[in-house]
Design a protein around this ligand. Structure first.
Ligand code: PLP
Length: 432
C-alpha cells in the first residue's frame, strides 16, 4: 500500500514537472477535437445500454439468428490450417500475388480475358476502406487536378477518404426520397454535365446506405454515357455476394462496363461476405491497356502502400486465399453466403408484412424493393431517437437499418417498435 502511494506521489510530481517544462512549445495547441463519426456515437450508446434485449442495427455486419457475430464455417476451417509455421515461413509476395489473382477472378469472372491476359494491376489492401484510400492517393498522384464524383448519399467515409487525399468531392444525384428509389434521370444528367474524363465512384451492388441499385438496363445506359464522356468508373464493391447470394450476379455491373471497353478500378472487401471485419482484408485492382501498363500501375500502387504501412498483415490474406483456391472450401463459402443473403431477404419480407399486419398507415414496400445489407427506412431523426429511447433499438441517425442485424428472434419486436414510433409522429402532426 505504502509503495503504491509513493509511486503515485512521485509519478504525479514527474508528470507536473513534464507539463511545466514542455508547456512553452505549444506544438499541438491548434489541434481541435475531430468531428465524431455518428455511427461510432450510436454504437457507444448501444454498448452503454444495460437493457438485455437491445438491438444493434447500426453496423453493417451479419449476425446469426441469435444476434451473435457470425463467422462462416469455412473461415474456421481455414484458420485451423494456418499455424505459426505457415505465418512465419510464408513468402508474402507469393501469397499476395495468389490472393490478388483469386480476388480479381471473383470481381471480373473466372474466365475473364482481363484475368487471363493479365490486364490488371492489383494489390492487397487494408479492407475496402484501405483499397479506396490507396486509389484516392493514386488518383491524386497522377491526376492532381481531378475531383471525385460521389453518389448522394453514399457511405459517409467516402467523403473523408478522398478529402484526406486532397481530392475535392462533388456529389451526383442518386436517391429520390419521394419515391425511395433511384433518381435515374437526374443521375444521367449529372453524368452528362460533368466535365469529360471525370472520376466517378459507383457501388456495383447493395448501395450503402440506400439499398437502391440501378436495374441492368439502367447500368447499361450509365456505362454508355460514361463511354461518351470518357469518365473513369471506380467501383467500391464492399458487399459482393451479400446482395443476391450469387458472386457473379453481384459483380455483373463490372462485366457490363468491361464489355463496353472501360478501364475500371475496383475496391473489394472481404469484411462482410467472409465475416472478416477485424482482419481487414481487401484488394484494389485497376484494369490497364496492356501488361506493360499493368506492371507500371502495380509498381506505383505498391510504392504508395509501402510508404503508408509497408505491407498488409498476412493472416487474413492467407485465410481468404486458402478459401478461394480450395474448391471445397469455396463451395462451402458460397453456400454460407447464400444463407446470409437469403436470411436478409426473408427478414425484409417479414418486416414489411408485419408492418402491414399492424395496419400501419404508411407504405413500407421499399423495404422489399431495396436490396443488400441496408434498408433506407425513411424514418425521421426523431423517430430514430424514439426507437432508441423507448425500445432500445439502435440505427444510424439517417434511418438506415442494417438488415444483417434483423433476425427471426427480433423482427416482430422491431416491426412493432417502428409501428409505435410512426404512430407517435402521426399523432403529434395531427395535434399541431
Ligand atoms: C460502400 C462501402 N465501402 C467500403 C466500406 C468499408 O469496408 P471495410 O470494412 O472493408 O473497410 C463499407 C463499409 O461499411 C461500405 O459500405
Amino acid at each position: 500500500m505504502i509503495m503504491v502511494v509513493m509511486w503515485r506521489y512521485f509519478n504525479g510530481r514527474t508528470a507536473r514537472r513534464f507539463v511545466s517544462t514542455c508547456s512553452g512549445h505549444g506544438w499541438w495547441d491548434k489541434v481541435r477535437v475531430a468531428p465524431k463519426n455518428p455511427i461510432v456515437t450510436v454504437n457507444e450508446s448501444f454498448l452503454a445500454d444495460p437493457f438485455p434485449h437491445k438491438i444493434n442495427l447500426v453496423t453493417g455486419t451479419y449476425r446469426d439468428d441469435d444476434g451473435k457475430p457470425f463467422t462462416p464455417q469455412c473461415v474456421g476451417d481455414a484458420e485451423a490450417k494456418i499455424n505459426r509455421y505457415t505465418l512465419e515461413e510464408t513468402n508474402s509476395s507469393e501469397v499476395s500475388s495468389k490472393f490478388v489473382m483469386e480476388s480479381v477472378k471473383l470481381a471480373y469472372g473466372n474466365d475473364s480475358f482481363v484475368v487471363r491476359e493479365g490486364l490488371y494491376a492489383g494489390v492487397p489492401a487494408l479492407s475496402g476502406t484501405g483499397a479506396c484510400r490507396l486509389f484516392a492517393e493514386f488518383q491524386r498522384n497522377f491526376y492532381p487536378d481531378s475531383l471525385i464524383h460521389l453518389p448522394d448519399p453514399t457511405w459517409p467515409n467516402h467523403h473523408n477518404i478522398w478529402r484526406q487525399a486532397r481530392i475535392p468531392v462533388k456529389t451526383f444525384h442518386y436517391y429520390d426520397p419521394d419515391t425511395k428509389g433511384l433518381d435515374f434521370d437526374a443521375l444521367i444528367n449529372d453524368i452528362k454535365n460533368a466535365p469529360d474524363s471525370s472520376f466517378f465512384l459507383l457501388h456495383p451492388c447493395a448501395h450503402n446506405p440506400t439499398g437502391v441499385d440501378p436495374t441492368e438496363e439502367q447500368w447499361r445506359e450509365i456505362s454508355y454515357q460514361f463511354k461518351v464522356k470518357n469518365h473513369f468508373p471506380f467501383f467500391d464493391m464492399a458487399y459482393q455476394g451479400i446482395s443476391s447470394g450469387d458472386l457473379d450476379k453481384d459483380a455483373a455491373v463490372l462485366r457490363i462496363f468491361i464489355e463496353d471497353g472501360h478501364l475500371v478500378g475496383c475496391a473489394q472487401s472481404f469484411a462482410k461476405n467472409m465475416g472478416l471485419f477485424g482482419h481487414k482484408v481487401g484488394c484494389l485492382s485497376i484494369l490497364t491497356r496492356d501488361i506493360k501498363q499493368a506492371a507500371a500501375v502495380k509498381s506505383q500502387l505498391q510504392h504508395i502502400a509501402h510508404s503508408m504501412y509497408s505491407s498488409p498483415p498476412i493472416h487474413g490474406i492467407l485465410l481468404v486465399t486458402m478459401i478461394l483456391s480450395d474448391p471445397n472450401m469455396k463451395e462451402q463459402w458460397k453456400k454460407e453466403m447464400k444463407t446470409m443473403a437469403n436470411r436478409i431477404r426473408a427478414m425484409r419480407t417479414t418486416l414489411c408484412r408485419n408492418l402491414e399486419d399492424l395496419d400501419s398507415s404508411f407504405n413500407w414496400e421499399h423495404i422489399t424493393n431495396q436490396v443488400g445489407m441496408f434498408c433506407f427506412s425513411g424514418l425521421a431523426p426523431d423517430q430514430v431517437r424514439h426507437l432508441e429511447k423507448l425500445f432500445h433499438i439502435y440505427m444510424s441517425p439517417d434511418g438506415r437499418i442494417s438488415m444483417g442485424g434483423v433476425t427471426p428472434s427480433n423482427v416482430n419486436y422491431l416491426a412493432n417498435a417502428i409501428h409505435q414510433v410512426t404512430r407517435i409522429s402521426e399523432a403529434a402532426s395531427v395535434c399541431m
